[in-house]
Design a protein around this ligand. Sequence first.
Ligand SMILES: [Zn+2]
Length: 577
Amino acid sequence: MRVSLIVGLVATTWWLAGSMPRAQAPAADLVLTNGRIITVNATDSIAQAVAIAGSRIVAVGTNDEMRSRIGPATRVIDLAGRTATPGLIDTHVHFSETDALFSVDLGDVAVKNMSDVLARVAAQVAKRKPGEWIRGRGWDEGKLAERRYIHASDLDKVAPDNPVWLTHTTGHYGVANSYALKMAEVRKETTDPPAGTIDRDAAGNPTGVLKEAAQGLVTRLVPPFTRDEQRQGLVRMIEDFNKEGMTGAKDPGIGQQKWELYQELRDAGTLTVRMVALWSGARRVEDNAQVMARVQAHPRPSDLSADRVLISGGVKMFMDGSGGARTAWMYGDWNKNFTEKDTGNVGYPATPPDAYRQIVATLHNAGIHVSTHAIGDRAIDWVVDTYDHVLKAKPARGLRHGIIHGNTPSNHAIDVMARLQAEYDAGYPESQAGFMWWIGDNYAGNLGPERGLRLKPFNTYVQRKIKWAGGSDYGVTPFPARYGLWSSVARQTLNGTFGATPFGLQERVDIRTALRSYTIWAAHQMFLDDRIGSIEVGKDADLAVWDRDMYTVPTDALKELRCEMTIFSGKVVYTTR
Ligand SMILES: [Zn+2]
């Protein structure tokens, strides 16, 4: 503790020296010159050069202004006109590639129909002994030519002697084969568990698809990944984040084991992505005390003494389910196939609403940041009204309670968000523009033509001065933030099943605004906006260098942005040269 305090003091005095007359400015360790530095400061000014000493930015300005910072030991990188931005931040990412490394990957665009799915499962079966589990993830019926769920009967053809569980790309549903259903004792007579759905055919027989809490009937039987597999998944994810110019993440819903892995990597100096972790919240009032004890064992994210690399951020709660599974809690019936109605299905809450409100009140009163998964308009209303309620009862600024996903907020929800942000620094959407692209065809079918226009209403947010924080929700969508930047501007689906832009263009924003949502506004939801998210003197030096200028390229080119260098805390952690 004492050591880090002293280091902190030295660093502070040292960068304050940066504002002294130029002749006395100490030499920097690293200077980037000849660039187009998109600073994302208050006026979004463009600089030419930036100087870094230790982990901090000590000067931002012209090439000339940097000259006094260059000493004999300074490393100078000539950007040769290339663009730099603050390191990009993902405020909602299930941060691990363990699944991608160790299970059947059904989430790439080469999986176009049922036989592609079955071929990949069959390839895995060939490597396993009878009785061994086959697991996979990433499928999406919205991307399959057949436009229907995978069923147990499909999987049985290639895996009669192994249990199979394939998680949907949203993580809110999955499919088991008959072998696995038998192990789980899921049959015609089995009733739906609370907040879960066993999908059934016309005769009432389980199809193999299990939604929300019903997934647990099978997933509790699937052996967990080993600690080493989990560690490998984190290491790969950190590397891949850095390759995409990404230097910050908020990981929702972790447990003790993942926290320990993060600690281990942080202590080894290999956690080159700033991490704010949210602990998995309770779904029953009686389980909340245990969650609180976990959170309270760590400093609050706003504490000055808190680590700036690994931060215990607060608690993640669930209000409802998925827009892919049509389980999210809506006011009106879900659609299907765009114009048809899924009559009688308005989804359901994932946590009993009164229990949710009680748990959030307890967390809020203890000064704990809460972020809640809310997809459906009714779920979002309940969440923002809950925040409003607890903030009125116990006013506090700066807890920054979040609305995760916030897909189709009502006008009421938008009003409340605007007010909570202004009055309490709370009520921030943590939103994933990439949903419109990667699962957009599925979403368009389920939301229908009118409701779809309200999906991710970023332009309305801008009009109402509502800030939001960008993210990917990986493994729901691919994590590179360039996709989210592009989606915020383009609002196009992957396959154009119901037209290229079924969500309209009314709610698009420009790239400058989109970039704020993946930098400074995202930093705010990580409690690090005074430390990262813009290129300004005194901030931690997290930067990315790109092969093109995102402010001037055509919209389509945003998707193909290529990161050429990533700097984390003043160190080059990735470079193509
Ligand atoms: Zn998520």
